[in-house]
Design a protein around this ligand. Structure first.
Ligand code: FAM
Length: 435
């Protein structure tokens, strides 16, 4: 058994009595009230999920296992000469709650190395799809096709598992699947946009480094991607991709079924696809002003035109956050250091000064501040990834880290099948006393 799995086994043993005690002794203790507007309005703010992997404070933003983004970036081990930490170390943190040592990170790197070979049938499948298929459809289909490899599904079918060791098989699937995602993503990119010239994986590189290599992009793109994957990894449990992955896994569907489903949610324009939408929107803006750099007044007018045509301003607003997303700030700091004079970055910076005021005047969005997607595209564009419909695949590789850590713990703690209750409109009218 790997040291990581051993450590996880110990953590799980320690954690289980906490969950059991809460349910047994405090099962009837009230957590929150639910109003009609929450029932109709997408369950916003209802506290009905539990995860220890990350927590999202509306004003402070995300903490991964209790650590803020700057703390994570500072504390996790980094490859020699690199600015950003190993993605493998971040996954270790998400899974165990501990900052790994260099040696512990190396073990995860070796585990991924041993599991990273993508079966040929996945590439064959991708090649049968029309080339203009959206890359998220390709990515999700590739993951779904890998389901035949599931050790969890096989052990379940053979009657080998009991509730207490479900997580061990889930862990194996999660490690197998995560190790393959960089190559699947880069393959789609090179097949679709770079004249069908996939670059084989370099087994000596780490997760972020190998991904940059397979994309065919030089340094510091490896650091860009380490940062990107870490920032996009988790945003507690209620967002569409995390919640969907958790929901599907709650039926004891394996990691392949669950992640593929979660990514289909990430592909929506109000969720992960927003980063593609942001770049498209900025390109439309640039097309309107030609070679001339737009002024703040131009940007303000463009924002109003977007709103008046009934569309949302992509990259702004959030269901939980009520201030600038620290994932935006981390990327802004990177851009200030590496691409301060880039024209697109300057537009993104000007939008930061203009959009919140416009949204406040508009008076609808509860949060006028930028989210992660308002910034991620401009950095990709700068380093040469200009095919913006690919951006959500990058988000998906990062998001897999968090949601797969989550479903491993779901099985470890024996969370049941998810099944909330619905009511009819008649019933709500009765509750409201108007019927
Ligand atoms: N532009 C225009 N209107 C907006 C807006 C924006 N950026 N953000 C919110 N609103 C509107 C929203 O459409 C709603 O209008 P209606 O009452 O007419 O339906 C109203 O303001 C109240 O919405 P809210 O309570 O502030 O936000 P929600 O919790 O319903 O929705 C978001 C949250 C993220 C879906 C919403 O802010 C949005 O559509 N933003 C733009 C898309 C985006 O950037 N999504 C990415 C979110 C990101 F963090 C991620 O998942 N990766």
């Amino acid at each position: 058994m790997s040291k990581l799995k051993e450590k996880l086994a110990k953590k799980i043993e320690e954690h289980r009595p906490r969950t059991t005690r809460l349910v047994k002794e405090f099962g009837d203790t009230k957590v929150c009230d639910v109003t009609i507007s929450q029932v109709i309005g997408g369950m916003r703010g209802i506290k009905c999920l539990v995860t220890d992997i990350s927590y999202l404070d509306p004003y402070e933003g995300i903490r991964f296992r209790g650590y803020t983004i700057p703390e994570v970036m500072e504390k996790l081990p980094k490859p020699a000469g690199c600015e950003m930490p190993y993605v493998e170390g971040h996954f270790y943190l998400l899974l165990t709650g501990e900052i790994p040592t260099e040696e512990e990170v190396q073990e995860v790197i070796n585990e991924f190395k041993a599991r990273k070979q993508v079966p040929q049938y996945v590439f064959d499948l991708l090649r049968t799809m029309p080339r203009d298929t959206h890359p998220m459809t390709m990515f999700s289909a590739a993951i779904l096709s890998l389901q035949r490899e599931s050790k969890f599904a096989k052990a379940y079918a053979e009657g080998k598992m009991n509730k207490f060791n479900y997580w061990e098989y889930m862990y194996e699937d999660v490690m197998d699947l995560l190790a393959k995602l960089p190559e699947i993503g880069a393959y789609i990119y090179r097949m679709k946009y770079k004249g069908d010239t996939p670059i084989p994986s370099n087994p000596d590189l780490d997760f972020g480094g190998d991904f940059a290599h397979m994309m065919g992009i030089d340094k510091p793109y490896d650091d860009v991607m380490r940062m990107y994957f870490i920032l996009h990894s988790d945003h507690e449990s209620g967002n569409v991709s995390a919640h969907t992955t958790h929901l599907v896994a709650s039926a004891l569907s394996d990691a392949y079924y669950s992640l593929s489903a979660g990514l289909n949610g990430l592909a929506g324009p109000l969720h992960g696809l927003a980063n593609q939408e942001v770049l498209k929107w900025i390109q439309d803006l640039r097309a309107r002003y030609g070679d001339k750099m737009p002024t703040k007044e131009d940007l303000e007018k463009f924002c109003w035109d977007t709103l008046n045509s009934g569309q949302v301003i992509p990259g702004y607003g959030h269901a939980v956050l009520r201030k600038t997303d620290p994932r935006y700030t981390a990327q802004r700091e990177f851009a200030l250091k590496h691409l301060p004079d880039d024209e697109l970055f300057q537009i993104v910076s000007m939008l930061y000064e203009v959009v919140p005021g416009v949204l406040e005047k508009h008076g609808k969005a509860k949060n006028p501040w930028p989210n992660v997607d308002a910034h991620s595209g401009v950095i990709q564009w700068y380093y040469g990834v200009r095919e913006y419909d690919f951006y959500t695949v990058l988000f998906g590789i990062g998001r897999a880290l968090g949601v797969l850590a989550n479903i491993t713990w779901d099985r470890a703690l024996g969370y049941p099948i998810e099944r909330p209750k619905s009511v009819t409109t008649d019933m709500l009218e009765e509750i409201a006393g108007i019927k």
